[in-house]
Design a protein around this ligand. Structure first.
Ligand SMILES: *[C@@H]1O[C@H](CO)[C@@H](O)[C@H](O)[C@H]1NC(C)=O
Ligand SMILES: *[C@@H]1O[C@H](CO)[C@@H](O)[C@H](O)[C@H]1NC(C)=O
Ligand SMILES: *[C@@H]1O[C@H](CO)[C@@H](O)[C@H](O)[C@H]1NC(C)=O
Length: 290
């Protein structure tokens, strides 16, 4: 009997261990997928047919008054997960100490991964890869600059190549916090916004047919910064079953990159980082949990 009991206990403990990524229900959504594009002003982005199409859908919404927080690229990416630019004003390699969004997510058990196209894996800390092509750029991967991620092998292993996302969708194992950075061709950096949107359509549409990706998921489409001529006014848009847009699909509330962080924090009651995320306005105005 005693032996039998311990076998049962073992089975219970083993099955709890297997459900590592139990869903933490959010107030508005159970998953958020950020996809970040590059260096395009609002005027050019909003002229893109695919972005007009996405924000016009029954579950689409334009955030028409959204601003980046800095130039050049890197401090904008840092801002999205750190709540400030950490004093960074260039695209060089930096090591950043202090709490970031991953600390908040892990405290509440919200699963996360950072998907970086062409990232070599294995906690690669170089500025670019592959050699000579620089499709992957560290300046677009804020996670590797965080000391408490880069120096923690378990966390660092959650920075993965972009191809891992389809693997995770097929395994029904998409984390609840997804931060997706296309490579420097697909994000428009080296190619322009029309190329990027053509890529994006081919990337996104098949995924929109997969419940493992879409169930209770908020998709957040954004650019890192403008082209230097529009006061850092950039395109941002929301898509997914949590979105209940007004009839004009146009949220004119003033938002910025800290709003993304505030939205994540508010959704899962994560508290905050004590930086610009505290006063930022979350873009939850037109969100309702499906
Ligand atoms: C978006 O594009 C798809 C495919 O071309 C089309 O079926 C759909 O009607 C469009 N939606 C909107 C809101 O324009
Ligand atoms: C950042 O830290 C890594 C070790 O984690 C070290 O190899 C690298 O030189 C540091 N980089 C900078 C810019 O300080
Ligand atoms: C969104 O609303 C603002 C403020 O009324 C307006 O200036 C802008 O043209 C609208 N954008 C779209 C795409 O409807």
């Amino acid at each position: 009997m005693k032996h039998f009991t311990s076998v049962i206990l073992f089975l219970i403990v083993a099955s709890i261990g297997a459900t590592v990524d139990a869903i933490v229900t959010g107030t508005y959504f159970d998953r958020i997928v950020l996809v970040m594009f590059e260096n395009t002003g609002y005027t050019q982005a909003i002229a893109q047919p695919y972005l007009q199409n996405l924000t016009s859908r029954s579950n689409g919404l334009l955030l028409s008054n959204y601003h980046a927080v800095a130039h050049p690229s890197q401090p904008n990416y840092i801002a999205t997960i750190f709540g400030s630019t950490a004093g960074i004003t260039d695209d060089n390699n930096h090591n950043v100490s202090g709490n970031n969004v991953v600390d908040l997510l892990e405290t509440k058990g919200v699963s996360w991964k950072a998907y970086m196209e062409n990232y070599p894996g294995n906690c690669y800390i170089g500025a670019t890869a592959p050699s000579g092509q620089h499709l992957y750029a560290r300046k677009h991967n804020p996670f590797i600059s965080m000391n408490d991620i880069r120096t923690n092998p378990t966390r660092c292993a959650k920075i993965v190549p972009g191809t891992q996302l389809d693997t995770d969708i097929n395994a029904n194992a998409v984390p609840q916090f997804v931060y997706y950075v296309p490579n420097q061709n697909n994000d428009g950096h080296d190619t322009g916004v029309a190329f990027a949107m053509n890529w994006f359509q081919g990337w996104l549409e098949p995924k929109l047919t997969k419940p493992a990706f879409t169930t209770n998921t908020l998709i957040f489409i954004v650019f890192d910064e403008d082209d230097g001529s529009q006061g850092n006014h950039i395109f941002a848009g929301l898509l997914g079953s949590p979105v209940h847009p007004p009839s004009n699909h146009n949220d004119t509330t003033s938002y910025n990159h800290y709003s993304y962080l505030a939205t994540v924090e508010k959704n899962w009651n994560l508290g905050n980082l004590g930086r610009n995320d505290v006063s930022a306005t979350a873009f939850t105005k037109y969100l309702i949990h499906p």
